[in-house]
Design a protein around this ligand. Sequence first.
Ligand SMILES: [Zn+2]
Length: 314
Amino acid sequence: MKMICNSVFVMTTLSVLFLTGCGSSPKSSDSRLKVLTSTTFLADITQNIAGERVQVDTLLPIGMDPHAYQAAPADVARIAESNLLILNGLDYELFIAPLLDAARAGGEGLVIEATAGLNPRSTERNANGAESGKGAGQEARDPHMWLDPNLVITYVDNIRAGLIEADPDGARIYQANADAYIVRLRELDAWIVEQTGTIPAERRLLVTNHEALGYFAERYGFEIVDTIIASLSSEAGTSAQALAAVIDEIKASGAPAIFLGEVENADLANQIAEETGVKVVDDLYLESLSAGAPAATYIDMMRHNVSRIVDALK
Ligand SMILES: [Zn+2]
């Protein structure tokens, strides 16, 4: 499962499509709308908009890296039984295409992409590590938009629209909840601006394991010095030559730390830290919430990540 960057499937060009087939009604005694999201942070965002009116489940369990996810046979049934499936989109759910094909025969439901309508950044940072040859000449769209809360406002708009389409009677509730949640996202953004503002300009330098913090860096004024893996996916590999280049970049820039998601393998980061003396912060929550603290909700996840970044850089 290494060829993450160059895979395409038809879903990415569609913001909305219908699954058709038989068996339209939810099967459990709970008659509420059944909403399934791909990831845990999407489930939390959706629950905030849906409230008690909707049962929200997540396809991937807590702690699972979507870049590395291998679909399970039971996933087809879970998708078929859902009334609304919410994906991040932008090739983040590379596992979903065959599941959707299979589920199409057994259920009907709406599928939406939370990033629909947003303009993704594409990887061009390969110029930096071009000698690695990885993904050369290919343009991959960066799916990690949720790491900028301003972009999550569009997620909320899309999810609210999907909920209203699947359940028009709940429109007022979804609208009110979405409005309230957007206020909280704006507060979160203001808090991040304030917190990151305490980091001296010359230390606003990020080195990450894979290219996860591009939108975050753009919004809050950080420079991405380099990534250990020159890929938008944590599942890609790297070469000794590319590693040496990362070490040179860290030394030349004076970047104080390397940041990883807690689901990522820290071996390479630790190896680089030994050679450069930088700190390794390996407990960011980038792709999944945690079961309890520190990242039980999307907003908590962002607050935790920002606190860790600010602590390491200021
Ligand atoms: Zn990622």
